[in-house]
Design a protein around this ligand. Structure first.
Ligand code: NI
Length: 162
């Protein structure tokens, strides 16, 4: 069973390494990621959040199938941005508005190493951008301006200390 690490753990600020081996170990790890995501009632989970610095994340947005992304690259983002409330299993209980591109194109490999391209908009695009950020050591609060980030962080820290 994979444990989800939270804000303050150094791993969450580090850049993850590309996956080079596509075998049963990777497939098993992805299954465990799905389970940890569902257990946490999240709609996305990235490997660094379970203390593994590899470029893998999964999504499970309502009404969409479970998806796994290995070595993903965001290849296109729309100039239009939208504001939407975001949360993260590594900052439990904190929700704040974050501005992100409305439509994106992502290229990645599946658990067998087969490449694919996906165009997404709305909530799925948002989750993909959020999870992809985790692979680069970036949290959703890092997408806020300095004042808003500080406020959100103070709110989170007050909550976890209670
Ligand atoms: Ni997150």
């Amino acid at each position: 069973m994979l444990d989800i690490i939270t804000y303050g753990n150094e791993t969450l600020t580090k850049k993850a390494e590309p996956v080079t081996e596509f075998g049963p170990e990777l497939a098993a790890f992805i299954e465990e990621l799905y389970e940890a995501m569902k257990r946490g009632r999240g709609i996305g989970l990235a490997a660094p959040q379970v203390d593994r610095l590899v470029r893998v994340f999964v999504t499970g947005v309502d009404g969409d199938k479970l998806r796994a992304f290995v070595n993903p690259e965001i290849v296109l983002t729309s100039p239009e941005e939208v504001d939407y409330e975001e949360g993260c299993l590594s900052l439990p209980g904190l929700y704040t508005m974050v501005k992100r591109p409305e439509t994106i194109k992502i290229q990645a490999q599946n658990e067998k190493g087969r490449p694919f391209v996906l165009e997404a908009s709305g909530l799925l695009a948002r989750v993909l951008l959020h999870e992809n950020d985790h692979l680069n050591g970036v949290l959703f609060i890092d997408r806020l301006n300095a004042a808003k980030r500080e406020k959100a962080l103070a709110q989170y820290l007050r909550k976890v200390r209670m």
